[in-house]
Design a protein around this ligand. Sequence first.
Ligand code: GCO
Length: 488
Amino acid sequence: MASTETRSKKTKKSAKKKAAKKSSARSGLRSAGSITAPAAAKKKTAKKSPASASRPAQWLTAFPKDFLWGTATCATQIDGGDLHSDWAKFSQTPGRIADGKDCLVACDHWNRFEDDYKLMKSLSFNAYRLGVDWSRMEPRPGEMDHAALNHFRGMLDSLRKKSIRPLLTLNHFTLPQWWLERGGWTKESNLENFLNFVSYIVENVGDLVSEYTTINEPNVYAMFSYMDGLWPPAKKGLSGYFQSMKVLRNMAIAQGRMYDIIHETHALKGFARPYVGVAKHVRIFDPARPDNRLDKDRAAEAEYRFNYMWTDSIHDGRLQGSLGKNEKFHDGPCWDFVGLNYYSRDRIRFRASAIAHLFISQEEVKDAPTNDLGWEIYPEGLYRLLHQFHDRYRLPIRITENGIADASDNRREEFLMAHLQQIARALNEGISVEGYYYWSFMDNFEWAEGYGPRFGLVEIDYETQARKVRKSAQSLKKMIAQARKSSR
Ligand code: GCO
């Protein structure tokens, strides 16, 4: 698995600096580099990209009429008001979050969803990936909060009335604190609790939702929570590494069970036929020194372990790589579509001292454009990954996340064009891409990074909770309109 070297952030205060250094390990996986793009990179950002070189109308014809134009969010990152999650506790622990702020209010979306969905509609989206937090639905073991469920049904109903198709995530990192204290994902015997929650949700909202991304980014969770000590329960070291493999193994087993629960429940209740996928964080891993044998070898290892080990397992219904000895846990594939969360590329270098990370480390980005967090902007990576996942699994694909932290909003439009253009390229080559969900609809709580990074199409003023549509959102709206007008 990729290493997580910290990078030095140019923050002013030393306390801030310390927290930032810790949380930056998150982007260590995503790419090392300073928070400000290096001069060379800045120059590159300003240069004409392939995206701006060709006319939108031309390449936008590649998108089919029924293409899903959406955005993505996550309950913990925007909702506020959930007091029983592991993140509620963790984010209130001093030193854990870069800006010292917790996730208890976030964007107050739980109370403002109607206005937020109106805004979403006004921007022309016809799809939305959202989450539901288990901790909110079952704050204490066996005690379901029916009022919260009804409220959530109201949210889905509001989307339905606006013809925005929901894609529901059942686990997006966050857990009930009580389940984490029982060992969370590390114990196979705990899965029963999680699967009860899944049944409960599917039975109670399956009339309003038929598309699911079961688990968000299993590898990212396993790494930050069990290898790097950055997210709850903040484990690390070699014992953390072994626990992280158990987490991944149990998540794969849970995937098999969830797949069946969702399909069976929908059939039994007479709900629409469901469509089940995962939201898998995928990255490009290139050798830092293209001709170095060790770098090439470690890049290939990182690619297999991070991009494919888990998805190969759920595709075959057998536990692969470090997850098991090919034991069968499901009859055939337990997903109907592939969901890809794509952000960046890592340049991999062999490092003898990186023992707990299998000698894998990342090179700092010096020669490429980056986002506000120092992650390399590499649109072509999306095209490469679409090909790789198509060739490997032959399933329809959705881009369940892709976005940029760009507080100035100077690079977002170009970022969108460049990535959409890579999707168009893949579509023209016959790859089935069904939808694109930009991360994120609005600015939000970026886990250990706090509220600093600004990924939103809609800007949030956290003091007043005022929403402001960014210029790039209007540009995307125009692209969507053009695509719809010109599509086949
Ligand atoms: C993830 C998530 C989101 C992040 C987004 C930007 O990738 O970790 O699904 O929760 O906020 O990716 O980092």
